[in-house]
Design a binder for this molecule. Structure first.
Ligand code: MOS
Length: 745
């Protein structure tokens, strides 16, 4: 579909004007009288101990209010009271801010300087003298692969999905008619949202904290801070109404947040702390460096017979970050014999975290590359190979899918792309002296739904307020929720306001795992349904009411008027109902939870991507020239915002395929490309025409609205589709991302 020709519903973003006019207030932009500014001092070494920290010069610098380190921290009540432990923190310990003298990674906060102005704080931070006793660090993932092991948390949890998995015969791979083995290397990547992480921390009283913070979950941040600072939950207020992108970097509460809260406590003033781009690379997680070994076996006529998939992911020395790297391989294709192994490698780095399509984006790069390699080996069209191995039910759980229109996605995508023009042989298509390649990949993402609450309020003038402590990190949550409420209540979207990003609102999960519409949207749906029922009862009680004996099934509502379906002219408006009953407002709060269906059906979003590349045969410059994507994510709530989500995921996938890589200098254990000059992401000139299609059929088992997650599946598989297209163009298979020129010459 083109932008100008979007199917309904395609409501414009309800907060679009606020955002494009600079009126939306982001965390760092709140104004406070008496606001102080904090700047972190971070470790220059990757492992060792702080032997001395001299802040005299800094404290004497103009405007400085405090320099806080492990030597004088006001203390975090939630940390163990031992002041200087003898040993480094064991695995499973979240990083403790200004707690002891151990250094776990380069870029670790070792002090924070608070001053009247940002400039004064920055200058004073440069004056803090830190001395270290350096220990030998290990940051080189590939050099330490042999040390990878089963995660301790997995060893303890026998039902962990990351346990070793064998389906069918684990030795089947050895006897496969055709067998391929490959290793795929995925570099560390960083989320790089446009808005850097930022917080303003305000202690309203000794036991009352308010923060304005960039994060993906106000309720989880509230809970975390309440337990960290041993405060009653209701004494922590988190405000995060606008988020300028996050991609997973805002799911956790990170050390800089704790540092800012400590700083505000110490100086008894509101304190603002903004991470610069450089610190974003060591402060808010990363997509972990991952190495995958994949062996794939097939019969000569193109049926998969065996897959073994081993994934090794990077983590820190103090925490275990696990992600779905090998899990998609168990569910994606109808293969009788599948074995997966998942290992972690602890290095002297900060803990990785989830980044858009966590695990699946990494794992599906390997699986979908391997499928392409096998199709090439068998001389079968890669799309035909996937269709032949389509899983008609979930082979992992041996359950029917709740809904799966992947074959329809393949058909729509292939038709719109013109896949039938693809020649089988690599390096066989050309245009204007450039090599042309067509590549495709499948995509899947698991279904997550969490208990969520929403409050729906009908006001006297017939306008509606809906509230939930959910988030919008960019996809347009408020817009979709407004549409769901408008549809249920029969009120025009312009009369609805949706409040989010405020921890005092009804309980809802943070925005992650592509679960917002399905979780919170369901809550909004049931809250508005319940409100409509309450209003119907009030209307029925009015003298001579045309709705007196109407059942809920027999009525409907439109433009703020509720009426019998059989007699549309005999209605009553919401404002009349409230006026008659002399009510300033009518409100309900409802919770929506997943039902037993998820034990009866296997729930996933599915999709596929088709990519065309042009490669210069002399310079090996790769250009993505066309992308067609099609997804089955159930019912589409808003075509316009959905399309933007899909495009965003594909842009991320193109970056992943061709550009993104955080490079570390292992002599120092430090990232070297810590700005956008060194860490490359696609710019407009790198992005071609992207066509987005949806099957748009409700999945009746997932929730009352029939809609599944879209945010993550948008990126899953894209890098493989690009790599497969590059192979088709050049005959060169690159298994180590990003696919830069040096890997093609
Ligand atoms: Mo997403 S990685 O769950 O923000």
């Amino acid at each position: 579909m083109s932008n100008a020709n979007l199917p309904e519903p395609s409501l414009d973003r309800v907060d679009g004007r606020l955002k494009v006019t600079g009126t939306a207030t982001y965390s760092a932009e709140y104004q406070f009288k008496n606001l102080a500014h904090a700047v972190l001092v971070t470790s220059k070494i990757a492992k060792g101990r702080i032997t001395g920290l001299d802040s005299k010069l800094a404290e004497a610098a103009p405007g400085v209010l405090a320099v806080i380190s492990h030597l004088n921290s006001p203390g975090v009540p939630g940390y163990p009271s031992v002041k200087q432990p003898a040993e480094r923190a064991p695995i499973g310990t979240a990083f403790r801010v200004f707690y002891d003298d151990f250094v776990y990674f380069s870029g670790q906060p070792v002090a924070v300087v608070v001053a009247q102005t940002l400039e004064q704080a920055r200058h004073a931070a440069s004056l803090v003298q830190v001395n270290y006793q350096t220990e030998k660090h290990e940051t080189d993932f590939e050099a330490n692969l042999a040390k990878a092991a089963v995660a301790q948390s997995v060893q303890r949890n026998k039902t962990s999905p990351f346990q070793d998995y064998d389906r069918g015969n684990p030795d089947a791979i050895k006897t496969a008619e055709v067998k391929l083995e490959s290793t795929y290397v995925f570099p560390t990547q960083h989320h790089q949202p446009l808005e850097p992480h930022a917080i303003i921390a305000v202690w309203e009283a000794d036991d009352k904290l308010t923060i304005y913070d960039k994060n993906q979950g106000v309720k989880s941040a509230q809970g975390n801070l309440a337990s960290t600072f041993k405060l009653p939950r209701e004494n922590v207020q988190v405000n995060s109404p606008f988020i300028g992108g996050a991609f997973g970097s805002g799911i956790r509460v990170w050390p800089h947040t704790i540092a800012a809260v400590l700083a505000a406590k110490k100086v008894k003033r509101p304190v603002k702390l903004v991470l610069g781009r450089e610190l974003m690379q060591t402060s808010v997680g990363s997509r972990p460096f991952t190495v995958q070994k994949l062996a794939i076996g097939a019969s000569k006529d193109g049926l998969l017979t065996a897959i073994t998939h081993e994934g090794i992911g990077q983590t820190s020395t103090y925490e275990e970050h696990l992600e779905r790297t090998i899990l998609a391989t168990r569910a994606m294709y109808a293969c009788p014999n599948v074995s997966t192994r998942y290992r972690l490698l602890n290095l002297d780095v900060n803990t990785p975290t989830w980044m858009r399509g966590p695990g699946d984006a990494t794992g599906m790069f390997a699986l979908e590359s391997a499928l392409d390699e096998m199709a090439h080996e068998l001389k079968i069209d890669p799309l035909e190979f996937r269709i032949r191995n389509h899983a008609d039910r979930d082979p992992e759980r041996n359950l029917p899918w709740s809904a799966k229109s992947l074959k329809e996605c393949y058909r729509i995508g292939a038709d719109q792309f013109g896949w039938n023009k693809r020649t089988l042989e690599p390096r066989s298509m050309e245009r204007n002296g450039l090599l042309v390649g067509y590549g495709m990949a499948s995509s899947l993402y698991g279904f997550h739904r969490h208990p969520s609450k929403a409050k729906a309020i009908m006001l006297a003038d017939g306008s509606v307020v809906v509230q939930s402590a959910t988030m919008d990190i960019g996809p347009g949550t408020g817009t979709a929720m407004t549409q769901i409420a408008a549809k249920m209540l029969g009120v025009t979207p312009q009369k609805i306001r949706f409040d989010l990003g405020d921890s005092s609102l009804p309980d809802a999960p943070g925005q992650n795992g592509s679960a917002t519409i399905t979780s919170v949207g369901s809550a909004v749906h049931v809250a508005c349904e319940s409100l409509k029922k309450k209003l119907l009862a009030l209307a029925a009680a009015m003298p001579g009411s045309p709705l007196a004996n109407s059942r809920f099934e027999d009525i409907t509502a439109k433009t703020g008027r509720i009426f019998p379906i059989a007699n549309p002219s005999a209605g009553i408006s919401y404002s009349e109902i409230l006026k008659y009953h002399r009510l300033p407002q009518v409100e309900v709060t409802e919770e929506s939870k997943p039902g037993p269906e998820r034990d009866q059906y296997s729930m996933y979003s599915f999709g596929c991507h088709f990519v065309e590349v042009q490669v210069n045969p002399l310079t090996f410059e790769v250009r993505v020239t066309r992308v067609v994507t099609c997804a089955d994510v159930g019912k589409i709530i808003n075509y316009k915002t959905a399309r933007s989500q899909s495009i965003g995921g594909i842009v991320g996938g193109i970056g992943m395929a061709l550009m993104e890589e955080s490079v570390m200098d292992h002599r120092f254990g430090r990232y070297v490309n810590t700005d956008f000059a060194g860490y490359h992401i696609p710019v407009h000139a790198d992005i071609p025409q992207i066509e987005v299609y949806y099957v748009d059929q409700p999945d009746v088992y997932v929730n009352p609205i029939g809609s599944k997650g879209l945010g993550e599946i948008a990126i899953v598989g894209v890098a493989a589709a690009v790599a497969n297209a590059v192979f088709h163009a050049t005959g060169k298979r690159v298994r180590q991302l990003p696919i830069t020129v040096d890997k093609l010459v």
